[in-house]
Design a protein around this ligand. Structure first.
Ligand code: SAM
Length: 302
């Protein structure tokens, strides 16, 4: 297998993680670019693309694109360029074997305390002694280890609210991390939806592992409405999905959106203002989390 290393802005990395597919592409993972190379080097690589996107220069990550072989890597490159990635952003290739790849994923993921003694624990680690509550997680090839700011803000929202008997829909569930934390905090019933069938399988596996009840499926009719609808995707899908997300929300229920950058807040607010007034409730760097309550006066529009 061949691993292609790409230096990307945080927003570009998330778009690629969400949307990039190519024949022979096996997986995409990311890590902080400053962890493995000098900051100066990352910044100089990023100056061109960041100027175009008006993003801060320090906001960059290393993406690892794992391809089956050299042939598929070469076929994948033009597709990558179609996403605005330039040759300057390619930091290198390396040949990896199966065993190295599994270790590579494991090396990146350690137990993390979200807050209030609630820990996320990779299945291959012991539960830290100081953990008051915890969730075992094996993200497999799905997004969602809890270390990305957009996930972390959703987790903080969940831990800061009383979820007892609140029904919740996690739209774009990835590893199922948000749905499972909600279920651990007594939300019920909890539904999880993802366009990616691998994510649905990983979510069901993780739910079994943690002995929590999650209904996971690909997008389709749900035939019910929820007290809470949470979606951590990226800006454009959150705009496109607005009617679907609202359709699943009870009047008076709360919508929580993440995966949004500061400069995208107005576009999101404008899209949803016919149903609810979204406000920024959390931020990490340039990433923000928005929440709002479905207004009573919208009942006639449902
Ligand atoms: C950024 S990840 C979030 C994963 C997890 N919920 C978390 O917070 O870490 C976004 C997820 O949304 C899914 N997704 C993207 N577009 C979608 C769509 N239109 N409908 C359903 N899921 C979608 C992706 O497959 C991906 O698993």
């Amino acid at each position: 297998m061949i691993e292609l290393i790409v230096i990307a802005s945080n927003a570009q990395a998330l778009t690629l993680l969400e949307e990039f597919t190519a024949p022979g592409l096996l997986a995409i993972t990311l890590e902080d670019a400053s962890a493995n190379q000098s900051v100066e080097e990352s910044i100089s690589l990023l100056n061109v693309s960041n100027a175009q996107e008006n993003m801060p220069v320090w906001d960059c990550v290393q993406l690892f694109l794992l391809f089956e072989d050299w042939e598929s890597t070469q076929e994948g490159l033009p597709i990558l360029y179609g996403y605005g990635v330039t040759e300057n952003q390619l930091a290198g290739f390396r040949v990896v074997g199966d065993k190295d790849w599994i270790e590579h994923i494991k090396d990146q993921f350690h137990p993390i305390e979200i807050m209030y003694g609630f820990w996320l624990v990779p299945t291959w680690h012991e539960v830290p002694q100081e953990a008051k509550n915890y969730l075992f997680l094996d993200p497999g090839l799905a997004f969602g280890t809890g270390s990305h700011p957009t996930t972390l803000m959703c987790l903080r929202w969940l831990l800061n609210h009383n979820l007892q008997d609140q029904s919740l829909l996690d739209y774009g569930c990835g590893s199922g991390i948000l749905a499972m934390v909600a279920a651990k905090l007594s939300a019920r019933p909890v539904y999880a939806v993802d366009i990616d069938t691998v994510a649905v399988t990983v979510t069901l596996d993780n739910a079994r592992l943690n002995q929590v009840m999650i209904h996971a499926q690909t997008p389709g009719k749900l035939d019910r409405q929820f007290h809470l609808v949470m979606a951590n995707i990226v800006c454009q899908p959150l705009i496109d999905l607005a009617p679907h997300l609202i359709e699943s929300l009870q009047i008076g229920g709360t919508l929580i959106l993440s995966g949004i950058l500061l400069f995208q807040v107005e576009a999101i607010k404008n899209t949803y203002k016919q149903w609810l007034d979204l406000e920024v409730v959390d931020n990490i760097g340039d990433w923000v989390c928005l929440a709002g309550q479905y207004r009573q006066d919208q009942v006639a529009l449902k």
